[in-house]
Design a protein around this ligand. Structure first.
Ligand code: SF4
Ligand code: FES
Length: 349
């Protein structure tokens, strides 16, 4: 089947969604996605971030679809023509969805651990407005302790259902879900239970915002001060691939996550033992720096960009005692192999 998105055509298999086809094409036409997650069955159709305009339904029925369609749950038809980034209507709709999501989402990026790798932050950067029309108070929830490893910050949740699907599809026993209805809907455990399944930590990786964060990493560092490296270990947990990204500050591992691709989706899920219990570099075989393609604040000034010397006129007193931190941020902590070192020197790693 042939489908055309923003003027670019591609052949796809029957059953491919518009979003999947757009990802095959890549580039700016790929709609943003806050609830779809290719590794979770049945995800998508909740957030409406991925709306596109179907200008031609198919070769057999060329009529345009009257409403904008959620690309993550709309299948491609032969001869379909879709407008994504190129459509003013789509841009306006994405702006409205962003505004809608921010009605209740707190603007606490400066203190949120997800800042720098938050899909809502990226969405707001591209489609957000600098003003709000909402004068009512934001929805707030009482804090709930869901166990020793995961911090739930319900005020930030956008109800994408991804964490519920992780619990459904990866763990033996789901103890949390979406409670209540309407604007009272919230992620919670039924009778304040701890979420302690061996794969529950993956909820942190799939959460597009800072509603679920890693307690072992909480407030330790801003993510852009960490250096991500691919690492692996002989993991004996059934179902865990043992392949992770370790986030280092100097020679200290501050956080372990799954390996995320350009769409912030993990390549494979990992167990809680790998994620929370192995922060000693000796536990890991470090393979080399993790490369990111997606524009993000994490990529600014780190070793995946061209190295440049930046001189900032900072008062001397402010920097006192910070030299060690600066070295840890700007130096590769792990010796690179010869080939990587050469690339690193050229600034292209
Ligand atoms: S806690 Fe995160 S992953 Fe779960 S529904 Fe809310 S936003 Fe989605
Ligand atoms: S990504 Fe399509 S509706 Fe959320």
């Amino acid at each position: 089947m042939k489908v055309t998105i923003d003027g670019q055509s591609i052949e796809v298999e029957p059953g491919t969604t518009i979003l999947q086809a757009a990802r095959m094409i890549g580039g700016e036409s790929v709609p943003p996605a806050m609830c779809y997650y290719s590794k979770l069955k049945g995800s998508g159709g909740k957030c409406r971030c991925c709306l596109v305009e179907v200008a031609k339904g198919s070769e057999a029925d060329p009529r345009p679809m009257p409403k904008l369609m959620a690309s993550c749950v709309t299948g491609c038809m032969d001869g379909m023509e879709v407008n994504s980034k190129s459509s003013e209507r789509v841009r306006e709709a994405r702006q409205s969805v962003t505004e809608f999501l921010l009605i209740n989402h707190p603007l606490d990026c400066p203190v949120c651990d997800q800042a720098g790798e938050c899909d809502l932050q990226d969405l707001s950067f591209e489609h957000g407005k600098s003003k709000t029309r909402f004068i009512e108070e934001k929805r707030t929830f009482e804090p709930e302790d869901i166990g020793p490893n995961i911090q739930l910050h319900m005020n930030r949740c956008i109800l994408c259902y991804r964490c519920v699907m992780v619990a459904d599809q990866l763990t033996d026993e789901r103890v949390h879900g979406v409670m209540d209805r309407g604007d009272h809907s919230n992620i919670s455990t039924c009778i304040s239970k701890a979420i302690d399944n061996e794969f529950s930590g993956n909820m942190i990786d799939v959460c597009p915002v800072g509603a679920l964060t890693d307690k072992t990493f909480r407030f330790k560092s801003r993510v852009w001060f960490n250096k991500p490296y691919n690492a692996h270990r002989e993991c004996t947990t059934p179902g865990c691939c043992g392949k992770t990204t370790v986030w280092m500050f100097g020679d200290e591992i501050q956080r372990v996550t799954g390996r995320k691709d350009v769409y912030h989706e993990v390549e494979e899920f990992i167990c809680n033992e790998c994620r929370f219990d192995h922060k000693d570099p000796a536990d890991w075989v470090i393979e080399g720096p993790r490369e990111f393609d997606k524009d993000s604040v994490i990529n600014q000034n780190n070793y995946t960009q061209k190295l440049e010397t930046v001189h900032i006129a900072t008062e001397e007193g402010i920097l006192k005692g910070r030299d060690q931190d600066r070295k840890k941020i700007s130096m590769p902590a792990i010796p690179l192999d010869k080939e990587q070192e050469e690339i690193f020197k050229k600034g292209n790693l």
